[in-house]
Design a protein around this ligand. Structure first.
Ligand code: ZN
Length: 198
């Protein structure tokens, strides 16, 4: 298996460690990179290291950003009294692509998953409760429809309701276990418009 030489093998190994990249794709990417002009490869490499060292989590919603507050939290025109709770930054991006949601977000960075030992203290629930001390009218729970997503939604609802804040759940038009990221915008809007009181 050493017909490529260790440098190329190393590159292929690094690439195939990325999610969704199998060994064939990794080989294809590796050969593509090797044939790229030197300056393009350097630009690619530095964009990787720059992104890694500068990107951080928004102090308010917890999404990935490169400033203290993400552009959405920093935008005074957004409705800061409506908070949509999502699992990941990719889910936030999916709702932003619809262009119709005007509130702000709260990114949990995970869901409660007892099987994996992930409890309420392991996701950003404490931060959510802190935000609810402010002027908040509605919390829209948009975790996925997997068992873990539903469990998390129920847990959050029980936590928030005593505070007298309106709690809603996106409609279940979203396929079971479906990653929000892969769901088209029309379905997302339907799920948002059809949200129900919890
Ligand atoms: Zn933010």
């Amino acid at each position: 298996m050493d017909y490529y030489g260790s440098q190329i093998n190393n590159l292929i190994a690094q690439l195939s460690a990325l999610p969704g990249i199998g060994s064939k794709s990794a080989q294809r990417l590796a050969f593509h990179i090797i044939n790229m002009p030197q300056e393009k490869v350097e630009a690619l490499a530095s964009s990787l290291t720059e992104a890694r060292s500068h990107v951080r989590y928004c102090v308010e919603c917890g999404t990935l950003t490169d400033s203290e507050r993400c552009p959405i939290c920093a935008d005074a025109k957004r409705d800061h009294r409506t908070i949509m709770v999502v699992e990941t930054s990719r889910d936030l991006a999916a709702y932003e692509r619809t262009g119709r949601y005007e509130g702000v977000y709260h990114v949990l960075q995970g869901v409660i998953n007892p099987q994996l030992g992930i409890g309420p203290a392991d996701i950003r629930l404490k931060e959510l409760m802190q935000r609810l001390q402010g002027d908040v009218e509605e919390v829209i729970i948009a975790t996925g429809s997997s068992l873990e997503g539903e469990t998390t939604a129920m847990y959050i609802s029980k936590l928030i309701k005593p505070a007298g804040i309106r709690v809603t759940r996106i409609a279940s038009g979203v396929p079971v276990g479906g990653d929000l990221e892969y769901i088209d915008e029309v379905t997302l809007l339907r799920a948002l418009d059809g949200r129900v009181e919890l």
